[in-house]
Design a protein around this ligand. Structure first.
Ligand SMILES: O=P(O)(O)OC[C@H]1O[C@H](O[C@H]2O[C@H](CO)[C@@H](O)[C@H](O)[C@H]2O)[C@H](O)[C@@H](O)[C@@H]1O
Length: 258
């Protein structure tokens, strides 16, 4: 197809939208449970999912049940715990590797004594991943890193990933990028152009995957990134999702009326 033909094409670019959660859809808070989730967010995402024929997913470090709770009653396709968990668009769950479950339980137990001794630390024991938060005790960052490294000594299939005032452990080879690729191989994502929006180091794998599949990575905020585009803040992410939904709706109307 020539450029001219493409410009005249009645078929819109079919996008698949993927977004991170913390720091991207909602502002960062002092602790994981302190986030402020506007009631309007679920409505906004439900509308976007409709405009993109359900090709709209959250890819997050949180567990799927956390996302469901914050967006209730909306149940989106979600990859949780950095891709260890995945719920497809048809609602089915991808089975979790039992070794990932056993490994993450071991890590959570190994860091428990440090957290007991320092109540300002928070550990999140997730299915297949562990987050050790030091936002309320930044002076303990080195100690947190050391105990996580020790815990992983006998778990070569796990790796550490730094996040925002948190050190996370997840299985090696399971990333937000592998989750994005898995979604893109399935309906209703297959054949679409992926856009991934995120703010954190763990989002880099998904930026690369989206771009490798012909799409765009959009990084929120400053810092080195592989993403080809940037966006300023959470409010701008909401505006972008709204705007892309408006475009998809308009293109749909145009097709119906021509
Ligand atoms: O992939 P994400 O959706 O960005 O999730 C990454 C982690 O986010 C959460 O921790 C971060 O947000 C907290 C609430 O704002 C903040 O207190 C913490 O310091 C941040 O690291 C979440 O608790 C983790 O499980 C996610 O992996």
């Amino acid at each position: 197809m020539s450029e001219l033909d493409h410009a005249a094409s009645p078929f819109p670019t079919r996008l698949a939208i993927f977004t991170d959660f913390d720091g991207t859809l909602v502002e960062i808070a002092e602790s994981p449970d302190d986030i402020d989730v506007p009631v309007s967010l679920a409505h906004q995402l439900e509308r976007a999912a409709r405009e993109f024929d359900s090709a709209f997913a959250v890819i997050t470090g949180r567990e799927i049940e956390d996302i469901d709770r914050y967006l209730a009653p909306l149940l989106l396709p979600v990859a949780g715990a950095h891709g260890t968990q995945r719920r497809r668009a048809d609602g089915t769950l991808e089975p979790i590797d039992p070794a990932a479950l056993i490994g993450s339980e071991f890590i959570a137990q190994a860091v428990a004594p440090l957290v007991m001794a320092n109540p300002s630390l928070i550990v999140e024991a997730k299915e297949g991943a562990v987050a050790l938060h030091f936002r309320q005790a930044p002076e303990l960052e080195a100690e947190c890193l050391m105990i996580m490294q020790e815990a992983l000594q006998d778990l070569p299939d796990f790796t550490l990933v730094p996040g925002k005032m948190v050190i996370e452990a997840r299985p090696r080879g399971v990333t937000k990028g592998t989750a994005l690729r898995a979604f893109m191989a399935e309906e209703p994502f297959v054949g679409r152009t992926p856009i991934f929006i995120g703010d954190d180091t763990t989002d880099e794998d998904a930026f690369l995957a989206a771009q490798d599949l012909g799409g765009i990575g959009i990084k929120l905020g400053a810092g080195d990134t592989a993403a080809r585009m940037r966006i300023a803040d959470v409010a701008s992410v909401h505006a972008l999702i709204q705007g892309l939904g408006d475009i998809a709706a308009r293109e749909r109307e145009d097709i119906i009326h021509h």
